[in-house]
Ligand binder design. Structure first.
Ligand SMILES: CC(C)(COP(=O)(O)OP(=O)(O)OC[C@H]1O[C@@H](n2cnc3c(N)ncnc32)[C@H](O)[C@@H]1OP(=O)(O)O)[C@@H](O)C(=O)NCCC(=O)NCCSC(=O)C[C@@](O)(CC(=O)O)C(=O)O
Ligand SMILES: [Mg+2]
Length: 292
């Protein structure tokens, strides 16, 4: 079944209050963060807090992801402490190449308890080399279920200026979407870092959806509803998808693999797109009249 990752809410791993309340906002995933939100001198304390949260906090059905540190810093200690607490996935930062994922997967396998549900990996692509190797990273191990883009680190590394419209990350976004699609996994977009700019967030999220992303990293609970609204199929999309499926059924009954809808050709790729919209609508419990 398709795993919803429209929103993946970062929660700083050194903030007990935020860790405690992180389940009440309805994010599809929470990311308990041991990396950049936590200063080096707080890493050990944050690891204990996050392990405790995984065991005792109810995240109300949100996928429970932990962002570990890179394996050349605190990452191996993170994996050893966190994996036995049963997270759904680890977000591996600054992945450069397939070997980084292979090393993480090996450490995870060693840390898993017998009978434990396998821990997935999500690769955070935020370096020029990581982007260049994105497909190899995506296919390095069967635990990898998504690629996510980290545009702040990436633009800093290539020396680009960040702009509200994001022209400087267009190539990175499309390359990442293509690598994820080629590997048959999800692409998750970079966070929108101004938590107070709702119009900017909506515009940026709509553009990410248009490019093929399935969700967006999220830094503040106030961003969740806006992002969900954008990624949810609209009434118009659901209506179109139903009519596509109906049109192709009719055409097939008449012995043809191609149909026409409002003068436009409907064939296999169009039907695939329509079926994905209907699958998402079903997963979200949206009926035609409830889409937005
Ligand atoms: C942004 C802001 C400071 C705004 O503060 P504000 O004060 O305006 O928040 P308010 O909205 O007023 O909060 C109202 C109530 O919600 C609670 N609340 C807020 N945020 C919450 C939350 N996240 N989880 C649970 N609870 C939360 C809060 O405690 C309060 O609760 P209460 O007091 O009870 O009412 C705050 O959200 C925040 O710290 N976010 C997390 C930031 C973070 O994790 N960054 C690192 C990860 S990104 C990254 O690393 C990407 C990348 O890898 C990518 C790349 O490379 O591009 C990189 O490298 O950059
Ligand atoms: Mg980063």
């Amino acid at each position: 079944m398709m795993q919803l990752r429209r929103t993946m809410l970062f929660i700083p791993g050194n903030n007990p209050g935020m860790l405690q309340n992180g389940g009440v906002f309805g994010a599809d995933a929470v990311i308990l963060d041991l990396e950049d939100a936590v200063a080096p001198q707080e890493k050990d304390a944050a690891r204990l807090l996050v392990a405790h949260a995984l065991k005792y906090v109810d995240y109300a059905g949100s996928e429970r992801v932990v962002r570990i540190n890179t394996l050349d810093t605190f990452g191996l200690a993170d994996i050893r402490a966190i994996v036995p607490c049963g997270p759904d996935a680890l977000l591996v930062p600054k992945v450069q190449c397939a070997a980084d994922i292979e090393a993480a997967a090996k450490a995870v396998a060693l840390a898993e308890r017998p009978g434990q549900k396998p821990v997935n990996l999500i690769a955070l692509i935020e370096t020029p080399r990581g982007l260049a190797e994105a497909y190899a990273i995506a296919t390095a191990d069967k635990r990898v279920v998504a690629l996510a883009l980290g545009a702040e680190d990436y633009t800093a590394a290539i020396g680009a200026q960040r702009t509200p419209e994001g022209s400087e990350i267009l190539t990175a976004r499309t390359l990442l979407v293509n690598a994820a699609a080629a590997a048959g996994i999800q692409a998750i977009d970079t966070p929108y870092t101004d938590a107070n700019d709702e119009a900017g967030l909506e515009r940026d999220t709509a553009f990410a959806k248009h490019l093929g992303f399935r969700g967006k990293l999220t830094i503040n609970p106030r961003q969740i509803d806006i992002i969900h609204r954008v990624f949810n199929p609209s009434t118009k999309e659901i209506d179109w998808a139903r009519r596509v499926v109906e049109a192709i059924r009719q055409a097939e009954a008449e012995g043809s693999g191609v149909a026409s809808l409002d003068g436009k050709m409907v064939d296999a790729p169009i039907v695939n797109r329509a079926e994905r919209i209907l699958q998402l609508a079903k997963l979200l419990g949206l009926r035609e009249e409830e889409g937005q």
